[in-house]
Design a protein around this ligand. Structure first.
Ligand code: PLP
Length: 419
């Protein structure tokens, strides 16, 4: 191929750019047919200049809103000062970021990584290590209990305990040592615990499964069970954490403090991959030099941005906004009586609308919403996920609900369901 200078797309149509992209990109995603070129706060614009309200926030990574000015200031200043050291050296940003993580979680020690899946892998290692060193499980026998319908990322170990066939097909063999039980079922968890169980690892609310909220008492019951059985409770709050559910962490709804807490997505302020495992001393002190690592994990740029993301969350009332507007949005959406909707569920600004596949697919609803200026994304065949940036205001929520009402009426008319 001749060596020509290639630049980002700024002209032509979105359709042309999407077609062009398809020649060079592996098709491991099926994005909505929109090509974004810029975003600010809760809004994004496509190549033609059409404006959209972002009701997805990059799966919660953009909780602080697109290009939050405080994040951009820290990002650019830190990038120009000291961006990358590796952990071969200390930096003046790692300590403060970890201190803030400890302050907001109430746990003891933190280990920085980059993506959510890496932090989950870190938690698996932490749990097994604790199992062998502290609980004295025989070598290579440690088991971790997970939930059916889980989503913890895409590494080969993690997909090995997924219950989704399409995540696993042609990727085996898989890592042993995981036992999957129904979500929100304390009896099933108790029955699955053996002397070799080192941890129960779950999402406190299952996101990719369709914003599945467990019954009241599940998290506190799980905490009690894990303590009684000498098993670690590990919460994957990569998506539910950092204000998404109307509390800083979803475990706080039931004061069910875990032994290990996995964070990611919004920790990167919407600009970088930043994740961490935060845990108790008993679990985290077992990591020794050489036992785990990552070239980019805890780099100065990520730490400066992560610290600012946490500062913004705690100083700008985003968690409270998520609680108040989330409750309001849930009530409004539940008030839309439609035969094409099976259920509306959620917590904070994190809502799943489950459509009846007899009438319409969630993908089709997302496309109809997109045409009217709202970006969302289906999860599985039937659920439309709504997770706007936590900086959204009531006027914007009202506008979105108005558009959703229109889309639902149009869908009813098209499918004959409203007749
Ligand atoms: N854990 C949960 C609960 C998630 O929702 C996700 C991503 O959606 C992950 C882990 C994986 O995060 P990443 O895509 O950053 O690896």
């Amino acid at each position: 191929m001749p060596n020509k200078t290639i630049e980002k797309v700024t002209t032509g149509t979105s359709a042309e750019a999407i077609e062009h992209e398809s020649h060079f990109v592996a098709k491991n995603y099926k994005p909505l047919p929109v090509l974004l070129t810029r975003a600010n706060g809760v809004y994004a614009w496509d190549l033609e200049g059409k404006k959209y309200l972002d009701m997805m926030s990059a799966y919660s990574a953009v909780s602080a809103g697109h290009s939050h000015p405080r994040i951009i200031k820290v990002l650019t200043e830190q990038a120009a000062t000291l961006a990358m050291t590796s952990r071969a050296y200390h930096s003046n940003t790692l300590g403060p970021f970890m201190e803030k993580l400890i302050q907001v979680t109430g746990l003891d020690l933190a280990l920085p990584m980059n993506t959510g899946a890496e932090a989950v892998e870190t938690a698996i290692k932490a749990a097994r290590q604790w199992g062998y060193v502290v609980k004295k499980i025989p070598e290579n026998k440690a088991e971790i209990i997970v939930a059916d319908g889980n989503f913890h990322g895409r590494t080969t170990t993690i997909i090995g305990f997924s219950s989704e066939a399409e995540y696993k097909k042609n990727f085996g063999p898989f890592t042993p040592g995981f036992v999957s039980v129904p979500f929100d079922d304390l009896k099933a968890i108790e029955a699955a615990i053996t002397p070799n169980t080192c941890a129960v690892m779950m999402e406190p609310i299952q996101g990719e499964a369709g914003v599945k909220v467990p019954k009241a008492g599940f998290l506190s019951g799980l905490r009690k069970l894990c303590t009684e059985k000498n098993v670690l409770m590990i919460m994957d709050e990569v998506q539910s954490g950092l204000g998404r559910t109307g509390k800083m962490f979803a475990f706080q709804h039931e004061n069910a403090v875990p032994d290990g807490l996995i964070l990611g997505k919004a920790l990167g302020g919407g600009v970088l991959p930043v994740s961490a495992l935060v845990g108790t001393k008993e679990v985290m002190e077992l990591f020794k030099p050489g036992s785990h690592g990552s070239t980019f994990g805890g780099n100065p740029l990520a730490c400066a941005v992560g610290l600012e993301a946490l500062n913004i969350l705690t100083e700008e009332g985003l968690v409270e906004n998520s609680a108040v507007l989330g409750e309001y949005m849930l009530t409004q959406l539940r008030g839309i009586n439609s035969p094409i909707i099976r259920e509306v569920r959620g917590r904070g600004l994190w809502i799943g609308v489950d459509f009846d596949p007899k009438h319409i697919s969630a993908r089709k609803v997302c496309e109809m919403m997109m045409a009217k200026g709202i970006l969302s994304k289906e999860t599985h065949e039937t659920i439309v996920r709504l997770a706007p940036p936590l900086v959204i205001n009531k006027e914007q929520v009202d506008w979105a609900i108005g558009v959703m009402r229109e889309v639902i009426r149009d869908a009813e008319a098209q499918t004959g369901a409203g007749a």
